[in-house]
Design a protein around this ligand. Structure first.
Ligand SMILES: [Zn+2]
Length: 132
């Protein structure tokens, strides 16, 4: 838990950074340098900010055939999540049974261990979502 806590508090990585266009207000995630809507080539107009980490389930699927990194946790729920800021992202839902997942369910991001490469190897972290 100490390690997970460390990453959760580490705001310099895995922090759901997005950009908002200073011209038309379009929010993009992941961050972009040029607005996909108004194509404004205005350096400095794309403002970086951190998503608040909350959103709702837009659609979801239960994955039974998981890649090897997920073997210990299959089947798992993969969801498209509409963030409060309006952007969509795809992430795994945790701490909920597949049968209990509903469209529109409120979820929030949490940083969890995703996988590990061999004994004592590199540990991968990323965001997953839990109901709240
Ligand atoms: Zn724009």
């Amino acid at each position: 838990m100490t390690t997970a806590r460390f990453w959760r508090d580490n705001q310099t990585r895995y922090n759901l950074m997005a950009t908002r266009c200073g011209n038309c207000g379009k929010v993009t995630f992941p961050p972009r340098n040029v607005c996909p809507v108004c194509h404004r080539k205005s350096m400095g107009k794309m403002k970086r900010f951190q998503l608040n980490g909350e959103g709702e389930v837009y659609s979801f699927t239960v994955v039974h055939e998981a890649p090897s990194a997920f073997e210990m946790q299959k089947p798992y729920v993969l969801a498209m999540i509409r963030m409060d800021e309006g952007v969509m992202l795809t992430a795994q839902l945790i701490d909920v049974e597949a049968a209990d997942v509903k469209i529109g369910m409120k979820v929030k991001a949490t940083i969890r261990k995703i996988g590990e490469e061999g004994p004592g190897g590199i540990i991968h972290y990323g965001y997953k979502f839990t109901p709240f």
